[in-house]
Design a protein around this ligand. Structure first.
Ligand code: GDG
Length: 470
């Protein structure tokens, strides 16, 4: 990047860090806030508010050297672009839930309209030396719209969620149009090599494509650089938070609440991709199969509600309420209940304290681009007596976190067996596994992710770009 150039980050939502531990829930916001800390850059996106008629008027705010510039959208944009194409079409499809994906041309039109509006509002702010980094499935066609307005800067795209297998992707009406728009970027990054390969496979099959060399693809008669850039957490900041007084208070509270019992903890946005129903069934199976361990555990699931305007999210909430009631109804005693299911949102420092008190981190999404909770759990452990991470093999994080107990989240037996193994695991093995995991979480943190992506995006186009492991 030239010394005059700025990094412009574009994402649907913009969440400047408040610095007081009360940041919003969601992996992308967490990661970008951490990544932007080192750049006096610009963060552009939707304000989270609606207006009667779109004006493109910018709201600007600067916190800690980062300027946020946001625009309001119309109610219909929210319905068709955000709740519609992004969260009812692309999110379920990319997470292999074709059964939940809604295909509606009005959504498609709303998605194009909002991307065009974002491009028209952003373009006048761009200076010649700026580098633009666009995030996630809400904004796939943004580069195409920027190019149409004459923007020549380097523009990169990072997909936070999985890229699905070719046979899944082709269920999307007009999928070629969406993928062709990705060729207006200079670099497209994925969480893992597996997602990158799935993208390549699509291009080879549907766009007369060719892998020119690793990370360099031809398709639709054009060229594109791709790479795998596994996202990480701000490990240093998380470790610092773990030692804060609030975290310590929460940790002590949890230890007191679980006297003589092992705490099993799950923390997820309430989303069907996170495998919560299957996890609850796995815990139920564990209780049924291990009467001797029943009184030795307490499972705590924190699941703040998200995307409440989408029916599939309302439905899963109802099913989880019923399931958690059934488990406690079946296994509780007058003085004891095995399960706590909480829809409340906690501060990050409080979460750090809760993770730190847990013997097991149960992270079992059915599909996940990466999963930051797995990394946060590891970062919050006491090195002398660490807990065990049980992790779905279908989370992108499983590629880097082979020292966790990897499970198939669809199998209640596998989840139950892993819980039993984690509860019985001796300290030397827990320490050995944790050390290997923590080393990776520290090394492949959010700064390494940002630096690798920005370096690849700003490298001379002809030079081979190094791909990170993933
Ligand atoms: C997307 C991709 C990818 C959760 N509950 C509370 C809370 N959280 C925080 C967690 C974590 C974040 O939200 C969730 O991150 P994930 O990575 O687990 O999941 P998504 O939101 O689906 O994120 C994912 C990520 O983008 C980054 O690329 O890893 O695969 O789906 O940081 O701690 N935070 C607070 N209170 C809560 O109750 N404060």
């Amino acid at each position: 990047m030239s010394p005059e150039g700025r990094l412009i980050v574009v994402s649907n939502r913009v969440n400047l860090p408040s610095g007081d531990g009360e940041e919003s829930v969601g992996g992308l916001a967490m990661a970008l806030a951490a990544a932007l800390k080192a750049y006096s850059g610009l963060w552009f996106g939707w304000s989270g508010r609606t207006t009667e008629t779109f004006t493109g008027e910018l709201h600007a705010e600067t916190v800690g050297g980062v300027t946020a510039a946001t625009v309001d959208l119309e109610e219909v944009d929210l319905d068709e672009y955000y709740n519609g194409y992004a969260n009812k079409t692309l999110w379920p499809l990319f997470h292999y839930r074709i059964d939940l994906a809604a295909f509606d041309r009005a959504f498609d039109k709303g998605y194009t309209r909002v991307n065009r509006r974002f491009a028209a509002t952003l373009a006048p702010l761009i200076r010649p030396d700026d580098v633009i980094w666009v995030h996630d499935y809400h904004l796939i066609p943004l580069a195409k719209e920027l190019r149409a307005l004459g923007v020549k800067n380097r523009v990169g795209f990072f997909l936070h969620i999985p890229w699905p297998a070719h046979q899944v992707m082709i269920n999307l009406p007009r999928h070629r149009q969406l993928v062709e728009a990705m060729f207006d970027y200079d670099l497209v990054g994925f969480q893992t090599a597996e997602h990158q390969q799935a993208f390549e496979e699509y291009v080879l099959n549907e766009a007369d494509g060719e892998v020119v060399r690793p990370g360099c693809l031809k398709g639709f008669g054009r060229g594109l650089e791709t790479g795998a850039f596994p996202i990480g957490i701000d490990a240093e900041d998380f470790a610092r938070m773990t030692h804060s007084s609030r975290a310590r208070r929460m940790r002590n509270l949890m230890i007191a609440a679980t006297v003589f019992r092992h705490l099993i903890v799950g923390v997820d946005r309430l989303d069907y991709s996170k495998g919560l129903e299957e996890r609850f069934l796995g815990f139920e199976h564990f209780l049924a199969q291990n009467p001797d361990l029943r009184r030795e555990v307490l499972m705590l699931q924190i699941a703040p509600v998200s995307r409440e305007a989408v029916e599939a999210y309302q439905e899963i909430r109802g099913r989880l309420d019923a399931l958690s009631g059934r488990i406690n109804g079946e296994f509780s005693d007058v003085d004891w209940a095995p399960f706590r299911y909480v829809n409340k949102n906690y501060r990050r420092d409080e979460l750090a304290g809760i993770y730190g008190a847990a013997r097991v981190g149960l992270v079992t999404p059915l599909r996940d681009g990466m999963n930051l909770v797995a990394k946060e759990f590891v970062a919050a452990q006491n090195p002398e007596d660490p807990g065990v991470l049980v992790l779905s093999r279908f989370a992108g994080a499983a590629r880097q976190m082979g020292d966790a107990l990897l499970v198939n989240p669809n199998s209640p037996e596998e989840v139950a067996d892993a819980l039993k193994r984690a509860i019985h695991m001796e300290k030397p093995e827990r320490i050995r596994r944790w050390e290997a995991l923590y080393d990776g979480v520290q090394r492949e943190d959010v700064t390494a992710w940002r630096d690798a992506f920005v370096a690849a995006l700003t490298a001379e186009p002809e030079t081979a770009r190094p791909a990170m492991a993933g």
